[in-house]
Design a protein around this ligand. Structure first.
Ligand code: ACO
Length: 326
């Protein structure tokens, strides 16, 4: 059986803050609308040099220090990102080079906002099979680079940042209890970037039509987010034979406070059990969960022995949950 432990965590957030009041000057919106409809008050915006690999490397270094390990101890690097530094090579290769890791395998995974959960599941398989002892898992995003800053429907939602975990093999402590991941590609058009891949290359015409930015059908995403997270969370609990009231803390994807409130109501889980930090950072896609997790540990919201559930959804659509004892 797997002996999967979270040995350390780290985060990196750009220092530049963009508030709802700043956005009022950019698009036709108000602080009141954004706060009431999303729960977001401000978000961080990366500077030119703060690429996902740069932010991811800073988070990784903090996580390694936290775990009492050095980059040379790593056996594998997995990076979840939808905004890679370069289409290729992977952001994981950039991070491997920047932190001075050995020539270990390094690759990106793409499951949009569920990327970190997918990565966690993958990492735990490598640990369980005995093929790795220490894995660096990073979620790093520069969503400000793919947001249309003239579109009030989307630009108020997203932010930049990175989070990292060191996932290790620890004979004395087995933390993972269950997981559930899935996808339904029939909904790919409700949240996507039309151009920039090989389907619609970055021609000036496509750029003029703003096809290289996020396109979203907000209401459909909203509904599917609640449905898919509710089902995934339930399956995850069922697999482990754990009831909702045994949970100490739930770390949901930080897309919209109303999505989390709806989840809390449907599952009859008190709202206080959901860790929320989106008021400060907005939706940082695959970085949301590791940033929130790190803050929950450092603020002692999660303590040793607590049963914790991570749950996410994202473009694809994709979803995923992980249940573990910290
Ligand atoms: N400021 C002011 N008004 C706005 C804004 C804004 N920033 N954005 C939209 N509006 C307007 C709309 O134009 C609309 O006006 P209309 O009625 O005149 O047409 C009105 O507000 C209501 O818009 P709705 O879309 O009905 O608002 P809703 O309550 O659904 O909230 C929101 C919109 C916040 C986008 C919501 O649908 C949502 O959060 N959806 C999920 C989005 C999400 O989580 N995306 C990320 C997915 S994860 C990933 O993989 C990246």
């Amino acid at each position: 059986l797997p002996e999967v432990t979270i040995a350390g965590s780290g985060i990196y957030l750009p220092s530049r803050v963009l508030t709802n009041y700043d956005l009022e000057k950019m698009v036709n919106t108000t602080d009141q609308w954004i706060t009431e409809r999303t729960g977001i008050k401000e978000r961080r915006i990366a500077g030119e040099k703060e690429t996902p690999s740069e932010m991811g490397s800073m988070a990784a270094i903090m996580a390694l220090q936290n775990a009492g390990l050095s980059a040379e101890d790593l056996d594998l690097i997995i990076v979840a990102t939808t905004t890679p530094d370069t289409i290729f090579p992977s952001t994981a290769c950039h991070i491997q080079h920047k932190i001075g890791a050995r020539t270990i395998p390094a690759f990106d995974i793409q499951a949009a906002c569920s990327g970190f959960i997918y990565g966690f599941v993958l990492a735990s398989q490598f640990i369980a099979s005995g093929n790795a002892r220490n894995i660096l898992l990073v979620g790093a995003e520069k969503l400000s680079s793919i947001v249309n800053w003239e579109d009030r429907n989307t630009c108020v939602l997203f932010g930049d940042g990175a989070g990292a975990l060191i996932i290790s093999n620890n004979k004395n402590k087995d933390c993972q209890l269950s997981f559930d991941i899935g996808a339904d590609g029939s909904h790919w058009q409700i949240l996507f970037i039309p151009a920039g891949g090989s389907r619609l290359p970055l021609t000036s015409q496509n750029i003029n039509h703003k096809l290289h930015f996020i396109h979203m059908v907000g209401k459909k995403v909203f509904k599917l987010a609640i449905d898919s997270m509710e089902k995934s969370l339930k399956r995850c609990l069922e697999k482990a034979g754990v009831s909702a009231d045994q949970l100490s803390c739930i770390i949901p994807h930080q897309a919209n406070l109303r999505i989390i409130e709806a989840l809390s109501e449907r599952l009859h889980i008190p709202a206080e059990k959901f860790f929320v930090n989106m008021e400060k950072y907005g939706n940082t896609s695959s970085a949301c969960i590791p940033i929130a997790f790190h803050e929950a540990i450092t603020s002692k919201r999660i303590k040793d022995g607590d049963v914790v559930l991570l749950v996410s959804f994202g473009a694809g659509i994709t979803w995923g949950s992980i249940l573990f004892r910290y």
